[in-house]
Design a binder for this molecule. Structure first.
Ligand code: SF4
Length: 432
């Protein structure tokens, strides 16, 4: 018997474990999503799949609440497929690190104000060894013009942040040891992971790396420290592309081999750490996208192809490399040009290596500083007037008065469930 799952968005990520079904094929009626891979699955064209399978030997699980009738009509066109509607998955089954986007029923505006931020990012290093053509931190003249200083987070200050997190009424869903730089440049990264896990202050302890420092020793130490999720940011799908994008001698093959070693070490240590590889589409061809997916598929839990986006406060240089993506960073949420309110300051705080706190992970230039953990508790910053003021500015539609947010295109591609534009007037009272 073949089990085909037909679904949308975040449901794809959980169907694998749902009710014990062994699902062989994932389909979606949206041709823009075909080829997206989640947890090792390729999303396929339903017409192609249903022509290939035997209706008498196939069950279709429907994970698209509200669209069951349309899907049944499609199924009828190909044969008498027995189908089982699934109304979606309980929130408890969703892994926030796999998809931190709330489903539509948990639309962010209904949850505000949050007592505890959904994301706390703590940046071990804002140095980076790559100079990616789509990242403002690699542009030395721009960095100097914004007076951005780089440094490393001390273990002592990190411990203070862990203590601060205990003051929130619930665990932080995601504690990410990464913001702007390459976290493995900080030799204390693995110690920080271990201490974060021991402190039990977050559901998921994660990091994002460019993968260039994943030596066997550091891979071992990271997994042994108990990291829950490692995202490896891939820059291109071949060696020449790596040189062009990163400005270094680090190669695609080197990163692929490191990710394979991560997989082997996970098996050896019986680790449940999730590994995601995410490539930014800098104009990749179909064959480059396919090569990337097939190269990494055996070694990781999830493969993402994300769209490029424009940064705030980044001057006149085109960090979108002449591209005009129709989808956001996740590669599937439509871009809403002219969106007025950004959700990021409502759901996250980010501790820079010097202890100053940014209201948003996109604040590469540190122009959105709302506090300093050297002097204040994180909970007081989260509830404080500086962050509240930034939220109010966004709700009033005045984000372009903030240097950090001028020209930011990232927020336009965040998912609809995070959209606050239509709810700004009701929210302004809550944040006044
Ligand atoms: S508009 Fe951009 S820089 Fe400003 S808070 Fe949102 S994501 Fe961050």
């Amino acid at each position: 018997m073949t089990v085909v799952a037909w679904g949308a968005g975040q449901y794809f990520m959980n169907v694998k474990n749902h009710q014990g079904f062994q699902i062989q094929r994932l389909v979606d009626g949206d041709p823009m999503k075909w080829g997206t891979i989640r947890l090792g699955y390729t999303v396929e064209d339903p017409g192609k799949v249903f022509m290939e399978v035997d209706p008498a030997q196939t069950i279709v699980l429907i994970f698209a609440p509200g669209a069951e009738a349309d899907i049944r009509n499609t199924l009828l066109a190909y044969g008498p497929f027995p189908s089982i509607p699934m109304s979606g998955l309980p929130a408890a089954n969703r892994s926030p690190a796999q998809d931190p986007t709330p489903p539509p029923s948990d639309a962010l505006h209904k949850l505000l104000p949050l007592n505890t931020p959904t994301f706390v990012l703590v940046d071990p290093s804002d140095f980076c060894n790559f100079k990616c053509t789509f990242c403002p931190t690699g542009d030395e003249a721009l960095v100097a013009s914004r007076n951005r200083k780089n440094g490393f987070l001390s273990l002592e200050l990190f411990r203070k942040v862990l203590d601060d997190l205990k003051a929130f009424s619930s665990k932080v869903p995601i504690l990410s040891l990464h913001k702007d730089g390459e976290p493995y440049l900080n030799r204390n990264l693995e110690a920080m992971i271990a201490e974060a896990k021991a402190a039990k202050v977050a559901d998921w302890v994660c990091t994002t790396t460019n993968g260039s420092f994943l030596t066997p020793e550091r891979i071992h130490d990271t997994i042994a420290a108990g990291l829950d999720l490692m995202t490896v940011s891939i820059k291109h799908a071949h060696n020449e592309g790596y040189a062009d994008i990163t400005g270094t001698r680090v190669t695609y093959r080197q990163i692929l081999e490191s990710v394979r070693l991560v997989h082997e070490e996970k098996l050896r240590l019986h680790s449940s750490m999730q590994v995601v590889v995410r490539i930014t589409d800098t104009g990749l061809s179909e064959s480059e996208r396919a090569a990337f997916a097939s190269d990494f598929k055996p070694w990781v839990n999830q493969i993402d192809i994300g769209c490029i986006f424009g940064w705030g406060n980044s001057g006149s240089r085109d960090f979108m490399l002449g591209l005009d993506p129709k989808f956001g960073i996740d590669g599937r949420s439509p871009v809403h040009k002219g969106r007025r309110v950004c959700c990021q300051p409502f759901r996250m705080v980010c501790v820079n290596p010097d202890g100053r706190v940014s209201a948003c992970c996109g604040d590469w230039s540190k122009a959105l500083i709302v506090g300093d953990v050297n002097r204040e508790r994180l909970i007081d910053i989260w509830q404080g007037e500086a962050l509240r003021n930034i939220r109010r500015i966004h709700l009033l539609g005045l984000k372009d008065s903030l240097n950090a947010c001028v020209g930011c295109q990232f927020m336009e591609g965040l998912p609809d469930s995070l959209d606050l534009d239509a709810h700004a007037s009701e929210l302004i009272e809550k944040f006044s």
